[in-house]
Design a protein around this ligand. Sequence first.
Ligand SMILES: [Fe+2]
Length: 284
Amino acid sequence: MKFIHLTDTHVIGGNRTLYGANPARRLALAVDSINAEHGDAAFTVVTGDLTHWGDADAYAAFEAQIRRLAMPLVLMVGNHDDSAAFADRFPEVARDEHGFVQSRRETPQGTCLFLDTKQPGTHAGGYCAQRLAWLKRQLEATDGPVFLFMHHPPFRHGIKSMDAIMMQDHEAFWQVIEPHRARIRHLFFGHVHRAIFGNWRGISYSCMRGLNHQVALDLVSDAASIPGDLAEPAYGVVLCDTDCVTVHLHEFASRAPRFPLNASEHEFGEQYATSMVHPGFRDL
Ligand SMILES: [Fe+2]
């Protein structure tokens, strides 16, 4: 099974730029890339922060691009989203009995649970008793493998400004998932605007870069400063079988030269590799 992990698209209205980049344009390029290169994906999931300011114009601009995807789509919300404006534009999106944007999807490789960690009035994440009860029921309804998707991570990763706005209810969350952790195959999230990979209490995880601005690697600054940069946008290409979950980071808009590493090697040997020139490419 293949699926696409897209996150933190941060679209704004009016075809304007945000921190010097155009998020709607970048989303358009991402959709083109996904359709052309990964049209066989089972689905694409967007793990929140679909828009930057949560206004109707931004959701309209987001919709104009995301609806072009050729495969099923799962939309989630993040701290930058507005639940009411999102619902106006995407009324068909599944919700739980309390209106949270939470749903499940059965796949040949396991059950996907899409969680709503948005907490009104703050950029930090939350997961209240109502949502915990929903998650507990979902986990108890299957004894097979599970994939978790959420916007906010439930653990610290070392960048203090983002650690400060992680999911705040992480221990209550852990109490619900801990009895099932052996069959939770992977945890996918966004929010951090970086590609980070690791393991939390035995559960493997990955976070993708955003599509517009990124969070720079800064393990020194205090929580008041959010370090940003415009590193290449990327989405995740996830391959799953019964043995393995592999997450490829795809810098879909990269202009870095591409070339065969081994073509002509038998004819030219070292000369092929050492004489290669890529016009305009900065040599390190
Ligand atoms: Fe974000």
